[in-house]
Design a protein around this ligand. Structure first.
Ligand SMILES: Nc1ncnc2c1ncn2[C@@H]1O[C@H](COP(=O)(O)OP(=O)(O)OP(=O)(O)O)[C@@H](O)[C@H]1O
Length: 576
């Protein structure tokens, strides 16, 4: 948890220092009150000295006002410092997540990352706030109260020697038991976030399949698990209160019993007993505060561990110290093998091929045969497990990730658009794009017409994830967003599947003209999407089955021939 304090910066550090200082003042004022009260009773009232009573009373009021102001200032400083800590940690986490590769993101899981960014940071904030207010107050009040009570009557104060150890041992026991429960509660929140995320994003599928009740059951199960775990962690909390209250009440009885006897034999004044009980209540109150701090601390520790897990995660894909600039964008795969993690099987096996800059390569194969995995290796979204991938003759691991990704434009299979306007989405591809760039990429992506048909044209609103656009419109905007970068390597991962044949043909034509100088890789499910390519790679179960032109493959490759016949009919064979 201490490690995360480095996210406390600037004015927040000053607030974090001022909060305990102002708290010290409040505690001092609180500790003064019982002594002033006892002097009023034992001196003022006992001697019938009204002036003494008045002046001590005024001192009590002034002390209370100073205590109030100091306490409010402390709460303010603690709130600012803890909010700023939360802001800093969230910012750090967000930046860290941006650096992680797909591999680490797969492992950490999106919904868990969201819980860590929100719920776990909130726990940390609460801890910080409480620590700044209570961590000083509780021990100071307890120690100060003990000293003042001992000054009043060392004999009576010996009662604390029995009461305090019992409470402290109970606290330690409960804390030890509750830490794993708090970690488990956070995990259960992860689960519920996963189900919620799936249910909300997939609400249309759920409705279309009429599986609301099944989803409801999944949600209820996750919800029940969270509730049960939270109750278990709170139960620990509940045991502590009766123990603390019982010990406190027994101590008060003991003070009254022994103190009463002392008054009877003339060893102690009545006012001192009252002050003693006041100190006792302050000490016990601070013990209760310590219990609260410890419980919040255990919960925050579980959250801090989860946050630190993200900070500790090192990206597996990073730049070497010395990187090489490339000016040529031929691509070569040399005996490339790939699997998603050490426990899974190879998704790609022995992939070798070459593509010259300016060539268009089509990639076709049955679903799940590894096409997306294959192209994802080129911009290093994942790293190959074995073998080498070269661009312009240089291993891609020797090229800086920035240069690599700046020169590669990939239209992913999942077309994710961001909330904003059509223009802001296109500018994701190139923030400096001018009107001409925007127009030309929209025209080439066959998106211009539908954009112009909208009332707002380029300023038309795009809702989150582009949900107010059709599948084909999203695909075309995603293509335009990539074309606007004029990448040296242009990859389309099944990006024209939602377009009709005529639009797809126009798209192919415009890409061919625009990307003459680039290496183009096009994954398609439809033969029409790849048949005009300079080379077509036929993939089968993670391996390359064949590479050739349309006519050649029709003649010699069984897989290609069967895909072509299934889509274009037997006539396709007559041309060969
Ligand atoms: N992130 C991932 N983690 C683990 N396995 C994955 C992941 N993504 C894909 N796979 C697995 O890798 C294999 C190849 O998937 P890939 O997406 O590359 O196939 P594809 O040929 O592009 O499929 P499609 O044509 O349906 O898009 C599949 O068996 C899939 O289950």
């Amino acid at each position: 948890m201490i490690k995360l304090l480095k996210y406390l910066k600037g004015s927040a550090i000053i607030c974090a220092i001022l909060a305990p200082i102002t708290m010290c003042l409040e505690v001092a004022m609180d500790l003064l009150q019982p002594t002033l009260l006892s002097s009023i009773i034992d001196v003022g009232v006992a001697n019938g000295d009204l002036n003494y009573v008045l002046s001590a009373g005024i001192k009590m009021v002034i002390a209370a006002i100073i205590g109030l102001v100091a306490g409010s200032a402390c709460s303010f400083f603690a709130a600012v410092a803890s909010m700023k800590l939360g802001e800093g940690v969230r910012e750090g986490l967000f930046e860290k997540i941006q650096t992680l590769s797909f591999l680490e993101l797969d492992k950490l899981k999106t919904s868990s990352l969201i819980t860590r960014l929100t719920n776990d940071v909130t726990q940390l904030q609460m801890m910080m706030n409480m620590a700044l207010r209570m961590m000083v107050r509780a021990p100071l009040t307890a120690i100060g109260g003990l000293i003042m009570a001992t000054i009043l009557s060392p004999k009576l104060a010996s009662i604390f020697l029995i009461a305090l150890p019992i409470i402290l041992v109970s606290i330690m026991f409960i804390i030890k038991k509750s830490l794993p429960l708090f970690t488990s509660v956070q995990e259960k929140i992860d689960n519920i976030n996963t189900v919620m995320r799936e249910s909300i994003l997939g609400v249309k599928v759920i409705k279309a399949f009429a599986i609301e009740s099944t989803q409801g059951e999944r949600f209820n199960e996750a919800n029940d698990n969270l509730t049960n775990e939270s109750i278990a962690s709170q139960n620990m909390n509940l045991i502590l209160w009766p123990i603390a209250t019982l010990i406190m009440n027994l101590t008060v009885v003991a003070v009254l019993w022994f103190g009463g006897n002392m008054v009877n034999v003339g060893d102690l004044e009545i006012g001192k007993i009252m002050a003693f009980i006041n100190y006792l209540l302050q000490i016990m109150g601070s013990v209760v505060m310590v219990i609260n701090i410890m419980l919040t601390f255990s919960r925050a520790k579980a959250s801090a561990n989860r946050i630190n897990d993200v900070f500790k995660t090192e990206t597996s894909i990073k730049d070497k110290e010395e990187t090489v600039e490339v000016n040529n964008f031929d691509i070569e795969f040399k005996e490339v093998y790939f699997r998603y993690n050490e426990h899974s099987e190879n998704v790609l096996e022995g992939i070798s091929f070459k593509a010259k800059q300016g060539e268009t390569i089509g990639i076709i194969g049955s679903t799940g045969c590894g096409k997306s995995s294959f192209v994802n290796l080129i911009p290093r979204l994942y790293d190959a497990t074995e073998g080498e991938i070269l661009i312009g003759g240089v291993n891609i691991k020797d090229i800086s990730i920035r240069q690599l990704r700046e020169n590669i434009g990939i239209v992913l299979q999942e077309n994710i658009l961001f909330g904003g306007t059509i223009e802001s989405n296109l500018k994701f591809g190139n923030a400096n794009a001018n009107e001409e760039d925007i127009n030309s990429s929209a025209i080439d992506a066959q998106a211009y017409e539908f954009i112009m048909s909208k009332d707002g044209k380029y300023q038309s609103e795009v809702e989150q994830r582009g949900k107010n656009l059709s599948g084909g419109q999203k695909q075309r905007l995603s293509i335009a967003r990539t074309l606007i970068r004029n990448p040296k390597i242009f990859i389309m991962d099944d990006s024209s599947s939602a377009l009709d044949m005529a639009t797809e043909a126009k798209l192919q034509n415009s890409i061919k003209n625009r990307m003459k100088e680039s290496t183009v890789l096009v994954i398609a499910q439809r033969i029409s999407g790849v048949m005009d390519a300079d080379k077509i790679i036929v993939m089968d179960d993670g391996k390359i089955s064949d590479i050739g032109k349309h006519d050649e493959l029709l003649k010699r490759n069984e897989i290609y021939r069967s895909i072509a016949v299934s889509q274009l009919g037997e006539e396709v064979l007559k041309v060969v």
